[in-house]
Design a protein around this ligand. Structure first.
Ligand SMILES: [Zn+2]
Length: 289
């Protein structure tokens, strides 16, 4: 199986040590920092651009990414002003960056984006409204007024390819542009297992009844903080009925057709999903078996 974008983060997150403020302060003095502006990581050529600390960053949110061998790595949020801070490099949209960065850099930049984005949106306590404070290098916030603790979110999303024998079903979401066809997906709801969420989403979007669900692989997806749970859903028939709002078109395609489609990228006007997305791997891994 091909490596998956945003997965394979090589850093040691040092979760046992990072709550220690002294430990973290020492690491900061020798740290290298990845700047993000508008949650876009700084790139130089096709690498993530880490820099030594700069005085003008004082007061900006900083999170601990982890240890790269002995080297402590951090990320710093340089805000969302209209004009980017002047640094040697280019702030690149995370999706565009994922297309050019090596796997390890994409994973680290994705971790930085997901975490800094969460902090930017969770400055106030949902229990009492007081301003919260960062702890543990960014993996916790505490409320000084009511003592509530808040942890960074990771939202589970099921993403699945319905299969029937040698065929699989791909659909076009109303939000998709340029004839893109892909797998089906939806958020796991409270009180649901992953398998139940797969069956519900497939039924809601296609009317198909899921017989068995097989987990395949997962992907961190920092838009803003999802964990994509890739599954295969064997359905009981091929007679689908679209919900007509979310999914506007769907087609059954065979394994041989999928292999050709992945090679050509377009088939009968259907554009295939890009390799940075787990949907691409769900199709590929299934068709190659
Ligand atoms: Zn509070």
């Amino acid at each position: 199986m091909d490596p998956i974008t945003f997965a394979g983060n090589p850093l040691d997150r040092a979760s046992a040590e990072r709550p220690g403020e002294d430990w973290l302060a020492v690491r900061r003095t020798k740290g290298q920092f990845l700047p993000l502006w508008q949650f876009k990581p700084l790139l130089l050529e096709d690498r993530a651009r880490f820099l030594p600390w700069r005085a003008e960053w004082e007061g900006r949110p900083v999170i601990f990414l982890g240890l790269d061998g002995e080297q402590p790595l951090f990320a710093v949020d340089l805000g969302a002003d209209e004009t980017p801070p002047e640094l040697n490099g280019e702030f690149k949209d995370m999706r565009a960056a994922a297309h050019v960065l090596p796997g390890r850099d994409a994973a680290i930049a994705g971790q930085a984006k997901a975490l800094l984005d969460w902090h930017a949106r969770h400055g106030f306590c949902p229990a009492c409204g007081h301003a919260t404070e960062m702890r543990d290098g960014g993996y916790r916030r505490v409320c000084p007024a009511c003592a509530a603790e808040h942890f960074p979110r990771t939202d589970p999303v099921v993403i699945m390819l319905p299969t029937f024998g040698d065929s699989c079903l791909v659909g076009r979401n109303a939000r998709f542009l340029n004839g893109l066809f892909s797998t089906f997906a939806g958020f796991v709801e409270p009180g649901e297992t992953m398998e139940e969420a797969v069956a519900r989403e497939v039924r809601e979007e296609t009317g198909l009844i899921v017989k068995t669900v097989r987990y395949h692989r997962s992907q961190p997806w920092p838009f803003p903080s999802s964990l994509m749970l890739g599954c295969y859903a064997e359905v009981s028939s091929q007679d689908f009925t679209l919900d007509g709002t979310e999914i506007v078109e769907a087609r059954w395609v065979t394994k041989a057709q999928v292999r050709q489609w992945l090679q050509d990228e377009v088939m009968d006007g259907m554009r295939v999903t890009a390799p940075i997305a787990i949907a691409h791997h769900l199709l590929k891994d299934w068709a190659e078996k």
